[in-house]
Structures are given as structure tokens and as C-alpha cells.
Design a protein around this ligand. Structure first.
Ligand SMILES: C[S@@+](CC[C@H](N)C(=O)[O-])C[C@H]1O[C@@H](n2cnc3c(N)ncnc32)[C@H](O)[C@@H]1O
Length: 264
């Protein structure tokens, strides 16, 4: 294994927010079972695919031409996206908070015979210089688990002028219908829309904003919104992340979305 693939920026705990420490502990503990459960749905032609139902990038065309681009993946996990991007001639960097997740990334990189930097750090404080990237992206990675008040300005700082930022995560609509007592999705508006910021479980914290707040934060950070793709699972789709009832829910209402942003 080359030096380049060693995590080269271990962040001391002191630099991590309380929720980042909680999420990291969860990911350290669940990394191997996550890999066991989802590896097949994240592999092969699904490596470059979006979200819970793995809609192919070839269909959505979110990232566009990637060859020759400097690309940062926020919360890369086992770095399957970045491995494929390297094969296509991009220069990816994978960033993740979990050393266990990055261990899976190094294993898959060695198997694929590709090499690129992996950074063990929080997406809330990325230890890389300003204007280092043409593209920052995230497929249900760090953006789900981080405070957007830190990651959105952070992504703007890391991008060059005209750079592109895309991330997929849950929708505010899902947040409204999430019954925290049963951990089930309902067809009722249970949680308040105004003031939404985070969903908190015993071992995990997720973040969300009302639509208007997302847009104001993007604009304040120097982004223009190019699109908001609300993905709907194809008919008869199945997912290793969601059961049949949840898939039926997502056929009716948007459960996940992909923001496409351009730095001015
Ligand atoms: C659901 S996984 C998705 C990873 C990858 N996209 C995949 O599909 O396998 C979420 C990833 O986000 C990472 N993560 C969570 N909080 C993070 C943070 N604050 N900074 C960087 N990565 C974080 C986790 O360690 C985990 O690898």
C-alpha cells in the first residue's frame, strides 16, 4: 500500500463537534455490518449510482464529464464512487470520518489497482486548501450527518470559481413524517416544519433544513441552485436500505433528493 492511501490527516477529537463524535462512534461500530449488508448493491454497475435505490449516474447525469477533474467525495465510505471516477480519469480525494470505513476503501482500492488520497476527517472542517477542487459531491455520505451551516460554506471554500457541488440525502418531507417514537415513516405530518434542524437517535444525528433555509444558505455561501432532483424509486424497485413499505412511501412522496449547485 502506498503512503498516499494512508489517512494523512487524523483529526483530534477536540476538533470534532459532539454530533460528529457520536456519528463516528456509530460508523466505527457498524462499518463491517454496513459493508456486509450493502456491498452488493453498491458494486459493479451500481458503484456510480445515486441513493437508496441506486439510480445510475448514466441515467441522471449529475456529475457530467469527470476526466481530468479534481473531485472531493464527502463521506466516501468504502470509496466505490471515487474508485470508478479514478478509472474514468478523474483525480478523486475520498474523505471520511470513520477509520473503519476507510479501511474498506483501502481494501477496494488495492483490489481495483487504483490509488488516490484518503483523508480521515470530518466534512465539517476539511483540512485541505481553498479552491482545491472542480467538484465536491456526496451520495448519502457526510451531508446527511453534518451541520449544513458548516458543510455548505466549507464546500464553497474548497471549490474553484465555477465549481460544482452535488449531494444526495433525505428530504425535508421525510423529516416531517418520521415518527421518532416508532422509528417508522408515516403518512402524517408529525414533526414541525419550521425550525427543523436535526433528527437525533441514541447513537446517530442527521441534519435537515426547510427548503427556504437551504436555498438562503446556498446563496449566502456563493452557490447558485442548478436543480433539485427528487428521485422516485422505479416501479418494483427494491433496496437494501429501505423495506417494501418505505419503498411504497417513496413512490408517493420524495424520500431523497439530490441538490445540484454551482459556485459563482
Ligand atoms: C451511508 S454511508 C455512505 C457512504 C458511501 N456513499 C456509500 O454509499 O457507501 C455515510 C458515510 O458518511 C460518513 N460520515 C458521517 N459523518 C461524517 C462526517 N462528519 N465527516 C465525514 N464523513 C462522515 C460515515 O463514516 C459513512 O462512511
Amino acid at each position: 500500500m502506498s503512503e498516499q492511501t494512508q489517512p494523512d490527516n487524523l483529526q483530534p477529537d477536540l476538533l470534532l463537534s459532539e454530533h460528529a463524535r457520536k456519528n463516528r462512534a456509530m460508523w466505527e461500530a457498524s462499518s463491517d455490518s454496513y459493508e456486509e449488508r450493502h456491498a452488493a448493491s453498491l458494486t459493479g454497475q451500481n458503484a456510480m449510482a445515486w441513493g437508496l435505490w441506486r439510480v445510475p449516474e448514466a441515467e441522471l447525469r449529475i456529475l457530467g464529464e469527470v476526466a481530468g477533474k479534481d473531485m472531493l467525495e464527502l463521506g466516501c465510505g468504502a470509496a466505490r464512487w471515487s474508485i470508478e471516477l479514478a478509472r474514468l480519469g478523474a483525480r478523486p480525494v475520498g474523505l471520511d470520518l470513520s477509520s473503519r470505513q476507510l479501511r474498506h476503501a483501502r481494501r477496494l482500492m488495492a483490489e481495483a489497482g487504483v490509488d488516490f488520497p484518503l483523508i480521515e476527517a470530518s466534512a465539517e472542517s476539511v483540512p485541505l486548501p481553498d479552491a482545491s477542487f472542480d467538484t465536491v459531491f456526496c451520495d448519502w455520505g457526510a451531508m446527511t450527518f453534518c451541520d449544513p451551516q458548516r458543510t455548505i460554506p466549507g464546500a464553497a471554500r474548497l471549490l474553484r470559481p465555477g465549481g460544482f457541488f452535488a449531494f444526495s440525502t433525505a428530504t425535508p418531507i421525510q423529516f416531517l413524517c418520521q415518527d421518532m417514537a416508532t422509528d417508522r415513516l408515516t403518512d402524517r405530518l408529525i414533526n414541525d416544519y419550521f425550525g427543523m434542524t436535526r433528527l437525533e437517535w441514541e447513537d446517530e444525528v442527521n441534519f435537515q433544513l426547510p427548503y427556504g433555509e437551504w436555498i438562503r444558505l446556498f446563496r449566502k455561501s456563493g452557490f447558485v441552485v442548478e436543480d433539485l432532483i427528487e428521485t422516485q424509486p422505479p416501479e418494483n424497485a427494491s433496496s437494501t436500505y429501505r423495506d417494501a413499505n418505505e419503498t411504497a412511501w417513496a413512490r408517493r412522496w420524495p424520500m431523497e433528493n439530490i441538490w445540484k449547485l454551482r459556485k459563482e
